[in-house]
Design a protein around this ligand. Structure first.
Ligand code: APR
Length: 246
């Protein structure tokens, strides 16, 4: 019996599925991860572009970094992949209550049609005003002179990204989902960034915990099962167990 057969046997008691997605889910869409070789943090240090202090010190550099990411996301070369699509199919089946807590700042889960998505680390396609604190959609470059569409202040806009040292979004809501999870799925995340890395340990003891990653992570030993494969292959395998075969 494989671990997934075991999962299938327990499937009858699965109603609430919590998915934590990371950069490895978007990797197959051509978006670079952070910590793999050729990851984003090889070209830029976190201290340079991903902290409030970095933005204070060199807003131009930080804007440029996120402008490039936004431009790539909106280019025709990037689209959702099989992993996003299968997650949507599982949600659309209405067999489960499903939430996707994503650390990704792209909108690929939404583009594939997933509805219940929490962007705990913010969104590339949003900007936040440091004066009125309102978050609004953005699809073009930001600079140090950009004007807030809400309060009309000039030079107050920042990317709506949760930087290191800042509080991730919707943590109370996330905690509620984690507390009632029957299946916790961690896909394509290195388990190096907290609090996301400790979500697995905050699920109930009877919750089935499954990790999908091309390699072992720091926190692999906290999962009951692991599929060591790409996000899309892993989700294809899992789909056979979660959705009725056609
Ligand atoms: N399929 C599955 N997993 C993959 C794939 C793939 N095709 N490609 C890479 N991975 C895995 C890597 O093995 C690695 O464990 O995805 C993980 C990516 O790890 P990180 O780059 O650290 O990304 P993530 O865990 O999402 O980072 C968390 O850190 O820098 C911050 O705010 C940023 O949200 C980000 C957070």
């Amino acid at each position: 019996m494989t671990i997934l057969d075991d999962l299938l046997q327990n499937n009858k008691s699965i109603k609430n599925i919590v998915i934590l997605s990371g950069a490895g889910v978007s990797a197959e869409s051509g978006i670079r991860t952070f910590r793999d070789s050729n990851g984003l943090w090889e070209d830029h240090s976190i201290e340079e572009v991903a902290t409030p202090e970095a933005f204070q010190k060199n807003p131009k550099l930080v804007h440029n970094f996120y402008n490039q990411r936004r431009k790539q996301l909106l280019s025709s070369e990037v689209n959702f992949n099989k992993a996003h699509q299968i997650i949507t199919e599982i949600e659309d089946s209405n067999l489960y209550n499903i939430v996707v807590i994503t650390q990704n700042v792209d909108d690929l889960h939404e583009r594939s049609g997933t509805k219940n998505v929490i962007h705990m680390h913010g969104e590339l396609l949003k900007t936040k005003c440091t004066s009125c604190n309102i978050s609004s959609p953005i699809d073009s470059d930001l600079n140090t002179l950009s004007i807030c569409s809400q309060c009309n202040e000039k030079g107050t806009l920042r990317p709506d990204i949760v930087w290191f040292g800042e509080m991730p979004y919707q943590l109370n809501e996330i905690e509620t989902y984690l507390n009632s999870a029957d299946l916790f799925l961690s896909i394509g995340t290195s388990g190096q960034v907290y609090p996301a890395a400790m979500f697995v340990s905050t699920t109930p003891s009877e919750c089935i915990k499954l990790e999908i990653n091309i390699e072992k992570t720091n926190i692999s030993n906290q999962f009951d099962y692991s599929i060591q494969d790409s996000s899309s292959k892993g989700m294809e395998i899992l789909k056979n167990y979660l959705l009725p075969q056609k």
